[in-house]
Ligand binder design. Sequence first.
Ligand SMILES: [Zn+2]
Length: 584
Amino acid sequence: MLRIRKLTVIVIQLALVASCTFSTGSAKTNGREKITQDDLKEWLTYLASDELEGRNTYTEGLGLAAAYIAEHLRSWGVKPGGPNGSYFQRVSVLGIKSENNSTITVEANGQTRTFKNKEGVAFPANVGGKRSVTSDQIEFVGYGLNAPLVKHNDYAGKNVKGKTVVWLGSTPLKGMDGRQYFRMLGGRSRYATEQEGAIASIGVGFNRRGQGVGQAAGQGEGQGQAPAGGPPGGNFGGGQSDGSDFTTVQRLDSPIPPSVTGQDEFFEFLFSGADVKYAELKDKAAKGEPLPSFTLKNVRLTFNLDANYRVVRTQYTRNVVGVIEGSDPKLKDTYVAFGAHYDHVGYAEGEVTQGANGPIRTGARGRVTEGAIEDRIWNGADDDGSGTVTMMGIAKAFATGAKPRRSLLFVWHAGEEKGLLGSRYFADYPTVSMDKIVAQVNMDMVGRNRDNKSEEANTVYVVGSDRISTEFHNITVDADADLAKPLKLDYEMNDPTDLEQVYYRSDHYSYAAKGVPIVFLTTGLHQDYHANTDSVEKINFEKMARIGQYGYEIGARTANLDHAPARDNHGPRVGKGSEGKLAL
Ligand SMILES: [Zn+2]
């Protein structure tokens, strides 16, 4: 799972933002029984061994892992799913220099002004393809936050679908811990457009200490790792030593909802015809006091998105792709997809040195567990060696057993830890048309207990299943009930206001962003997460095999449906304490 580095400056911006009455056949064939602890253990013992050196993207270790997966697919008769009869899909990771001439024209209070990028407003370096977006329905939404834990929702009773939202507040409201809420503050643009249906958003920059960063927002992006899940444009930072403004694997001509951060002169003009003056709002926001919300009447905005992009660097990695053909002549050109990421974060190149407070591992790739400083390799057994081998188990079970009606697509994604590179690439350059994929099952960290608690031994966290297709959610519930020993399905991490924003943090999100119903299975974080002690002897293979069987059953049921699960897009509804199916 993607870890969010602690940035010294967190820049917020938009570019940043019927019960199933089919017969499955699987109960009869019990193909899922072919997913065994022994297989999973054998494969993971290799993939998480020191020999693979932590499977970092662009390394020999990752290449060995790719070859290992492909060899097994071949031996089971899984067909190559990449181009030219290959199991590998090359992923081009591009460093992009952006010459951004975007503007926003504001008509307010009978006057018109155009603000150029970096002159009172800042656009992200990646604004997507050239286009113009006009909006005359503008809603001021206070802080732009929905935080039920502190009973605060700026969107309560509002419908911002198709509108532009504006918020203020570089720091959270009084009573909200900024350290806890920084990810939510940083995700306001995305929340507005993706959860509330806004077409554009205007906000303020901020940093973690809570000082507005204003114009610096334009330069701050791309530092360090991506914010949670990264903005929709794939602007996840890539180090700028190559002169790039951002790194991406995605198409540069795709539309991205406009998002700008503004400075005082911009907001003063924007609010010039409003009953409440900007100075008053700014003052309240600076003190963390409640803000009103209102419609900005007689205001018209035109976003002119206009950036020229130049590729200044190209790096290659690869997804591993396999296909199992379905048995139904009509349905077999549609797919149920499975995904896991096979990369991890690599190894420390530096040596152990003596610091003032004890030994230091120079070049650590993540946390160094106390007492394990000599271990220089981040093996990533759980993250995501566990999903990698569980998916191999599912592929083997289907390949060597009964075939469902639809085809099955297996993608082992590369570069997840660097910002969902493999899945974002796949979603923009799919090997089968995305609209032929009826659902995607993603597994990331499925081999442990959350926080290492023994009472979690039967629990799997289910994220995202209800958001796009209620019918698919219900399939995932029924599939579990069919297991010899059902797992406890926990929806806590599906809450849209989840502070960890888990829904955006693994590869399924790349598919969900294209409208594909997804389910993300994970057993949660623990003290070895991104530590050099995430190793194979800590994996619970009994539990992992059952999660594999659960994934198999979800896939079999979905692939045997005579229709694609209906996409009703009702958004997140199940959360902490939820159980069972939803009414269709
Ligand atoms: Zn990870």
